[in-house]
Structure formats: C-alpha cells, structure tokens
Design a protein around this ligand. Structure first.
Ligand SMILES: *[C@@H]1O[C@H](CO)[C@@H](O)[C@H](O)[C@H]1NC(C)=O
Ligand SMILES: *[C@@H]1O[C@H](CO)[C@@H](O)[C@H](O)[C@H]1NC(C)=O
Ligand SMILES: *[C@@H]1O[C@H](CO)[C@@H](O)[C@H](O)[C@H]1NC(C)=O
Ligand SMILES: *[C@@H]1O[C@H](CO)[C@@H](O)[C@H](O)[C@H]1NC(C)=O
Ligand SMILES: *[C@@H]1O[C@H](CO)[C@@H](O)[C@H](O)[C@H]1NC(C)=O
Ligand SMILES: *[C@@H]1O[C@H](CO)[C@@H](O)[C@H](O)[C@H]1NC(C)=O
Ligand SMILES: *[C@@H]1O[C@H](CO)[C@@H](O)[C@H](O)[C@H]1NC(C)=O
Ligand SMILES: *[C@@H]1O[C@H](CO)[C@@H](O)[C@H](O)[C@H]1NC(C)=O
Ligand SMILES: *[C@@H]1O[C@H](CO)[C@@H](O)[C@H](O)[C@H]1NC(C)=O
Ligand SMILES: *[C@@H]1O[C@H](CO)[C@@H](O)[C@H](O)[C@H]1NC(C)=O
Ligand SMILES: *[C@@H]1O[C@H](CO)[C@@H](O)[C@H](O)[C@H]1NC(C)=O
Length: 413
C-alpha cells in the first residue's frame, strides 16, 4: 500500500472536517504541500514548513534585484511580498483557486470574526502604498497583476497606475476571512489555540490531472499503481516521491487494459473496481467489476435481479433514463495477466482475455449499483460491494431481502 499512502499525508487541522468554522490550511501555489527544508533559505526569511526550495529562493532574489528599487523602506516591503511565495499558506495568499495573481492579498484593516489569523488586524495594504507609491519599480509585480500580462523591463510607479491609496487597496487589499489568510509582511501566524500540529488532519497533494475512479497499488509493492477510468481503461502509473515536485507518471495513450468495448459507462455506470489477487505476482490473477449493456455486448446477459425468487415482477418495472429494466448488468469477472513475459512486474499491457465469469446480474434501474471489489487483507477472500439497485428509496426492498444480491456486501469463498 506504500504507493497509495504517499498520495495523502497529514498536515492540517481536524477542525477542517468537523466544524463549520474552519481555519486555514497549508498549501503551496503549485498545489503541492509545504515541506520542511533542511537548510535555511538564504534570501527569503522563511523556515520550518515552507513552499520554496533553494532554487526558487535564488529566483526570487534575482527577481528582487532586477526591480532595482532604490528606496530602502519600499525595497524591504517588496522583498517580503515576493517572498510570500515561500509561506506555507501561499496558495491562500495568492487565492490560486480564483485568480492569477502576482501579488498576495494584502491585509486591509477589516477583521473578519471567523479569522484564525492572529495578525489580520494590520492594514498592510496601506503600509505598502505609503512606502512605495512614489518609487520607480522595474517589472513591478503590481503592474503585472493589474495589466494581466508580461511587461519586459518597464518601469512604473504605483501613482501612475492608481490615483489613490483607496484605489490601490481596492485592487490588492483584502481581509482574512473564512478559511483564507491575507499578507501582513511576514510568515502567517495562526492564533495559538488553532496551531496546526500534525498528524490531526489531511492535506492533499495534487500530483496529476484527470479523473480516475479507482486506484489500486501494484501488488509488487512498489510505487506503481493502477488507475482506472469509468469508461473502461486501466493504466499503470508511477507515483512520484512526496515533495519531489514531479507529477504522476502515466502513459495516457498506452493503457494496461482496455475494456471499453465491453463496458457501458454513463453517469452512474462503468468500470467500477479492480482487485488483484494476493498472489498476483505468482498467478497473474486479477478481477474487474463493471457494467455492461446487453444490447451492445453479447457477453452481457444474466438473470434480471427483479425476479420471482425475490418477490419482484419484472413487468412492474418501467424504463429508467431511456433504458429497459435489466438492459444493464453488473459483471464481476476474472482476467489473467499471464503472457509470454514470465516476470509480471515487466508486463505493461495485457489483452483482456476473460478467464472466469463470477457474476452477471441484470439491474432494475440505472443508478446506485456500488461496484467496488476488494480482497480482505487478512482473510484474502474477494469482497463484492453491490448497491441497492436504484429507484428512489429501494422501492422493491431489495436490500432487506436476503434472497436478493442487491444492497449486499458479498464474500466469495
Ligand atoms: C524560524 O526562525 C525564527 C527566527 O528567525 C525562530 O524564532 C524560529 O524558531 C525558527 N523556526 C524554526 C521552525 O526553525
Ligand atoms: C525546486 O522546485 C522546483 C519546482 O518548484 C523544481 O523544479 C526544482 O528542481 C527544485 N530544486 C531543487 C534543488 O530541489
Ligand atoms: C537602477 O537604479 C539606479 C539609481 O537608482 C540607476 O542609476 C540605474 O540605472 C538603475 N538600473 C537599471 C537597470 O535601471
Ligand atoms: C485571532 O486573533 C485575532 C487577533 O488577536 C482576533 O481578532 C481573532 O478574533 C482571533 N480569531 C479567532 C478565531 O480566535
Ligand atoms: C515623487 O518623486 C518625485 C521624484 O521622483 C518627486 O519630485 C516628488 O516630489 C515625489 N512626490 C511625493 C508625493 O513624494
Ligand atoms: C532586461 O534587463 C536585464 C537587466 O538589465 C537585461 O539583462 C535584459 O536583457 C533585459 N531584457 C530585455 C528584453 O530588454
Ligand atoms: C478590506 O477588504 C475587504 C475584502 O476585499 C473589503 O470587503 C473591505 O471593504 C476592505 N476594507 C477596507 C477598510 O478597505
Ligand atoms: C498464470 O501462470 C502461472 C504460472 O505459470 C500459473 O500457475 C497460473 O495458473 C496462471 N494463471 C492463469 C489465470 O492462467
Ligand atoms: C406489481 O404489479 C401487480 C399486478 O399488476 C400489482 O398488484 C402490484 O401492486 C405491483 N407492485 C408494485 C410494487 O408496483
Ligand atoms: C521482475 O522485474 C523487476 C523489475 O525489473 C525486478 O525488480 C524483479 O527482481 C524481477 N523479479 C524476478 C522474479 O525476476
Ligand atoms: C418495503 O418495506 C416497507 C417498510 O417495511 C413497506 O412499507 C413497503 O410496502 C415495502 N415495499 C414492498 C414493495 O414490499
């Protein structure tokens, strides 16, 4: 499971999950989690949990130098603004979820009652204006953000772009509010009672794009995982080391397994689960759970789960989302990764040859079919999770009916 666990690690506060009044959580502007640097940064005065490495620190230093700011009071303010990229809360300071910013949100004097930031009262925006408004800055980050574009070596003063402090702070000022922080010139400090002390919450590190429905670790126990998309493809991917700055290594055009000709996917149906036999490395056995359409694939044909054994009359069912009752099925099936390559760690692509069909069941409605499959880590049996079959409130009471496989967790023995 090591591969899976590196995706999620623990940083923030449990409050985030449990209460409405949540406090800020650490995240860098590149969507990655902050890290602890072994050596202190030489330019930016940030230590502990931070978002800059030595390379980025040097870049900020060069950027600062190139601004050629002669007034020292303004220079020191500009330096802290550039260095706010290194703050462990930089994602919030730069509001990365809503805007392209080159300047963090500068605290103005308003205080939000829900603020968890201890310095949020400071009117830092006014301070920046007072110290810098009449100072020439080359490639000013303020001008860059206001113009939304790149200017090469152009010099500007704040007064040339904004008529007054008010206009300037309308653009750059902001309050510390629900779950977000604002900048007051130095590292963000939270009220001590809400100090973030791991491990009591989670922080997610974004390592790639795309929407995958299922992820399982490669049974070889490496940092490789299998990722599947609902439409029916499965990829072998390499999870980068935590804090390495790399992204998920996935070869999108070359899937490990392609079941799209068998799988019926729509909002609630598709390839739903993959499970590898505990002895996969020796026997190459693995299992898939997916939905199919009997109109499209001859292999998709099983008994309707609404039948006389469970006291359900299929003629009572009406069509759902344009599909006839039991047109779609749940399938649990076994494949083999055996190939001419003897070492299964080296297999990167397999032909979807079914070895054994475990279950094919017609579905009464088009939603709520569960579909995850897992091997019990201790008993090593295969568990199959089946939804109640859909329809508002399980109208045929399949879940309570012990003769129905719907609404059950089944164990294969
Ligand atoms: C960071 O530096 C400040 C002073 O510069 C110091 O008081 C603090 O203990 C340092 N924190 C860590 C985690 O090293
Ligand atoms: C610093 O981080 C950047 C990405 O943010 C990365 O490209 C670079 O390799 C890192 N440098 C070091 C020395 O770790
Ligand atoms: C930097 O500023 C100084 C005076 O403040 C000026 O003499 C010099 O030409 C400036 N450098 C650039 C590259 O603009
Ligand atoms: C945090 O501290 C500030 C200033 O000390 C205070 O105004 C604010 O109410 C505090 N926030 C919380 C949530 O305690
Ligand atoms: C702004 O700077 C210019 C010189 O660069 C100076 O003549 C002017 O008096 C300054 N204005 C203010 C309000 O400080
Ligand atoms: C901008 O200024 C820097 C430093 O003076 C110089 O090295 C660079 O060539 C200039 N770039 C452009 C596009 O003029
Ligand atoms: C501070 O910023 C907030 C958010 O942008 C705004 O609603 C408020 O009016 C500002 N307060 C002042 C005093 O500028
Ligand atoms: C895969 O190969 C192994 C070793 O030859 C064999 O024991 C196993 O039965 C094969 N698995 C399947 C599903 O054919
Ligand atoms: C199913 O149909 C029978 C006969 O048409 C009817 O008596 C019964 O109430 C129906 N059951 C449901 C759940 O609609
Ligand atoms: C299979 O290949 C992997 C990756 O090259 C290697 O680490 C492993 O030792 C090989 N296993 C066997 C049994 O040859
Ligand atoms: C399902 O169970 C509920 C509660 O026991 C009952 O009221 C309802 O009539 C049952 N429906 C069917 C179709 O058996």
């Amino acid at each position: 499971m090591a591969g899976v666990l590196t995706l999620i690690f623990i940083i923030s506060c449990l409050n985030l999950l449990l209460s409405h009044r949540c406090s800020s959580h650490p995240l860098c502007t590149n969507f990655r989690a902050p890290f602890t640097s072994k050596t202190p940064l030489s330019f930016c005065q940030y230590n502990g949990s931070i978002c800059c490495n030595a390379t980025e620190d040097l870049k900020l230093r060069n950027q600062f130098k190139s601004m050629n700011v002669s007034v020292s009071a303004c220079a020191s303010v500009l330096k802290s603004i550039l260095c706010s990229r290194c703050d462990q809360f930089s994602a919030e300071l730069y509001r990365i979820d809503s805007a392209q910013r080159t300047v963090p949100v500068l605290c103005n004097s308003s205080i939000s009652t829900s603020s968890s930031q201890s310095q949020a009262k400071v009117d830092y925006c006014a301070e920046v204006w007072d110290k810098c408004h009449n100072v020439s800055i080359i490639n000013s980050p303020f001008a860059l953000q206001a113009k939304g574009g790149i200017q090469i070596n152009s010099t500007s003063k704040l007064t040339e772009l904004w008529q007054s402090k008010g206009a300037f702070c309308d653009e750059f000022g902001g309050a510390s509010d629900d779950g977000a922080t604002c900048f007051t010139g130095g590292p963000i400090l939270l009220n001590s009672s809400e100090n973030i002390s791991p491990p009591s919450g989670i922080c997610l590190e974004k390592i790639g794009k795309g929407s995958y429905l299922d992820m399982v670790a490669h049974p070889e126990g490496s940092n490789r995982v299998f990722l599947s998309k609902q439409a029916g493809k499965l990829w072998l991917a390499t999870v980068p080391e935590q804090g390495s700055g790399e992204i998920l290594g996935i070869d999108e055009p070359n899937s490990f397994l392609d079941l799209t000709d068998k799988v019926h996917a729509d909002a609630a149906l598709g390839l739903l689960g993959i499970a590898f036999h505990p002895n996969f490395q020796q026997n190459g056995r693995f299992f898939a759970s997916f939905n199919c359409d009997k109109v499209r694939w001859p292999g998709c044909s099983g008994r309707c789960s609404c039948n006389s054994d469970v006291g359900c009359d299929p003629s009572n069912l009406s069509s759902d989302n344009g599909a006839q009752p039991c047109q779609y099925h749940s399938v649990i099936t076994e494949f083999t990764a055996n190939s001419t390559t003897l070492n299964l760690s080296l297999v990167t692509q397999i032909r979807p040859v079914e070895v054994r069909r475990i279950l094919t069941m017609g579905l009464p409605f088009t939603s709520q079919h569960g579909g995850q499959i897992l091997f019990g880590p201790k008993d090593r049996y295969l568990y199959i999770m089946m939804g109640d079959g859909g329809g508002s409130g399980d109208p045929y009471n399949f879940s309570q009916n012990k003769r129905s496989l719907l609404g059950k967790i089944m164990r294969l023995t």
